[in-house]
Design a protein around this ligand. Structure first.
Ligand code: SF4
Length: 455
C-alpha cells in the first residue's frame, strides 16, 4: 500500500474522527439535563454493561503539540481536591443506575492520570469499586506519562485492578523532543515498559505522532526501530493536528520547522510499512496498530470491534459514563459532556449540580447512520443484507445516494464493490474517515468544518 501524493492531497480534508456519531461538534447547550436524564432512565431499565471513563486533566508542563483538555500545574494538592470532587460526582451518578449493571471497561485518561500520587490513585480505584460492580474480566486501562512515573504509581494502579496501560512517546529524537517541549529519553520509556511488564500489565500501547517539527523519514525510522525493540502490544500513530485557533500554544510550533505535507505523508507511510512488515502488527484502521494476537486485532477479524470516545474498543454494547471535567458520556439515545473548565466543573459538583456543559439527543436516523459508520470503520467492510436485517431497512434503497457518492472513491481504489456489499481496500484504510464521511448527514461544507484533517 503506497498511495500517491495526489490521492492524499485530494482526500486530506477536515473531517470527524467518528468516536461518536453525530460528532461532538453537534453537541449543544440547548439540551437540558432533564431531557438527558429521561434518556438515561429509559436506557437504565435493562442492566446493560457499563464503560467508565475518568478524566484527570493535570500535567506539570505543557507539550506544545497537545490537543487534550488539560490543567497545567505543579501543585499536586489540586489532584487531591479533584479526587474528592470525582467521588461526589461518581456517587451521585452511580446511585441513579440499575444496581445489576456491571463495569466491563474502565479508562483513566487525561491530562496525565499519573499526576495523581499513588495513594490518590488507590483512593480513586477504591471509589470506583465502592460505587460500581466490576466484571471479573474488566478491561481497566490507564494513560501514563513515563516522565513522571514511578514504580509505586504502577503498583497502586495494579492494586485497584488496572491491567492495561498506554504511554505517550510521540518521537524519540532529541531534536524533535526539544522542539515540542517534551524531553523523554529512550531509557525512561524503556524503564516504564519494564515496570509494566514486571507488574503484569497487558495490551501495552505506545503513542507516536507524525507531522512534528524536525521530524524526517530518517529520524522517524530510528524512533520506530527503537519502539519495535520495546515490542509493545499496540501502537497508535496520530497525525499532528495543527489547530492553533483552538490550542494557542501550538502557535509556538509555527516558528519551528513543521514538515511539508509530502514529508509528513512520507513519514506516516514509512511507519505503516515498518510496523506491518512480516505481519508484526495489523493496521486496524485510522491510527491504530495491534499485534495479530492482541484482542483488538482478534475482535476486528471476528467483526466484534466497536468505536467509542476511547477509540477502538472490544467491549461492544456498553454505555459510557464519563466523570471529571470535559468527560463525554454516551447512552443509546444521548451524548452529554461535562464542563471543560476546572473551576466550572468543581463549582457545579460542589453545589450538588450536574456539571453538564452540552449534550445531544440521538434521532432514529442518527442511530442508523451511527451503525453504518461504525461497521465501516471497524469491519472495513459493509454487508448490505446484514445491515438491512440489523437495521430493519432496505439498506441499498435507503442509502442509494450515499452509495453513489462512494463511486469516485471506488474509482480511486479506496473501496471495492463485492457481491455482498463493500470492502475497504488496503489503500482505503488510510482514508477510512473519508469513506465514513459518505454516510454522514451532518457534515458542513469543507471550508466550514472545524475538524482536523483526515490524513
Ligand atoms: S502530557 Fe499529554 S495531556 Fe499533558 S500536555 Fe503533554 S500531551 Fe498534553
Amino acid at each position: 500500500m503506497r498511495p500517491d501524493l495526489e490521492l492524499v492531497k485530494k482526500y486530506n480534508v477536515p473531517g470527524p474522527r467518528y468516536t461518536s456519531y453525530p460528532p461532538a461538534t453537534k453537541f449543544t447547550d440547548a439540551v437540558t439535563w432533564d431531557q438527558v436524564l429521561a434518556k438515561i432512565e429509559e436506557n437504565n431499565r435493562t442492566p446493560r454493561d457499563l464503560s467508565v471513563y475518568v478524566h484527570i486533566p493535570f500535567c506539570e508542563t505543557l507539550c506544545w503539540f497537545c490537543g487534550c483538555t488539560t490543567v497545567i500545574t505543579h501543585n499536586h494538592d489540586k489532584g487531591r481536591d479533584y479526587v474528592e470532587c470525582l467521588e461526589r460526582e461518581i456517587a451521585t451518578m452511580s446511585a441513579r443506575l440499575h444496581p445489576s449493571r456491571r463495569v466491563v471497561q474502565v479508562h483513566l485518561g487525561g491530562g496525565s492520570p499519573t499526576f495523581l500520587r499513588p495513594d490518590e490513585l488507590r483512593r480513586l480505584g477504591g471509589i470506583l469499586h465502592e460505587h460500581f460492580d466490576f466484571s471479573p474480566d474488566v478491561e481497566a486501562s490507564v494513560e501514563v506519562d513515563p516522565r513522571r512515573l514511578t514504580r509505586d504509581h504502577l503498583v497502586a494502579l495494579r492494586e485497584v485492578g488496572f491491567n492495561r496501560a498506554s504511554m505517550g512517546v510521540q518521537d524519540l529524537d532529541p531534536a524533535v523532543q526539544e522542539a515540542i517541549h517534551r524531553i523523554q529519553p529512550r531509557e525512561m520509556t524503556q524503564q516504564a515498559m519494564d515496570w509494566m511488564r514486571e507488574l503484569g500489565y497487558g495490551s501495552i500501547n505506545i503513542d507516536l505522532i507524525y507531522g512534528l517539527p524536525h521530524q524526517t523519514p530518517a529520524s522517524m525510522e530510528r524512533t520506530v526501530d527503537a519502539i519495535l525493540e520495546m515490542d509493545p502490544d499496540r501502537v497508535a500513530v496520530f497525525s499532528y493536528a495543527h489547530v492553533p485557533w483552538i490550542k494557542p500554544a501550538q502557535k509556538i510550533l509555527e516558528d519551528k520547522t513543521l514538515p511539508s505535507p509530502e514529508s509528513k505523508l512520507e513519514v506516516f507511510l514509512l511507519v505503516i510499512e515498518k510496523l506491518t512488515a512480516d505481519d508484526r502488527y495489523v493496521y486496524v484502521g485510522m491510527d491504530h496498530f495491534a499485534k495479530p494476537t492482541d484482542e483488538l486485532a482478534v475482535a476486528q477479524r471476528d467483526k466484534r470491534l466497536q468505536r467509542n470516545f476511547q477509540g477502538y474498543s472490544t467491549r461492544a454494547g456498553s454505555d459510557i459514563y464519563a466523570f471529571g471535567m470535559s468527560g463525554v458520556s454516551q447512552v443509546s439515545d444521548a451524548y452529554w459532556q461535562n464542563e471543560k473548565e476546572l473551576s466550572k466543573y468543581q463549582a457545579a459538583v460542589d453545589s450538588g449540580r450536574v456539571p453538564l456543559q452540552k449534550a445531544y439527543l440521538v434521532t432514529p436516523d442518527d442511530k442508523i447512520r451511527r451503525e453504518v459508520i461504525m461497521r465501516t470503520m471497524c469491519d472495513l467492510s459493509l454487508d448490505f443484507a446484514a445491515m438491512s436485517r440489523a437495521l430493519g431497512i432496505d439498506f441499498e434503497r435507503q442509502f442509494a445516494k450515499e452509495l453513489r457518492s462512494l463511486e469516485p472513491l471506488e474509482r480511486d481504489g479506496l473501496v471495492v464493490r463485492t457481491p455482498a456489499g463493500l470492502e475497504v481496500t488496503d489503500t482505503g484504510r488510510l482514508f477510512i474517515r473519508n469513506i465514513a464521511m459518505c454516510f454522514d448527514a451532518t457534515l458542513a461544507p469543507v471550508d466550514e468544518r472545524r475538524h482536523s484533517r483526515t490524513i
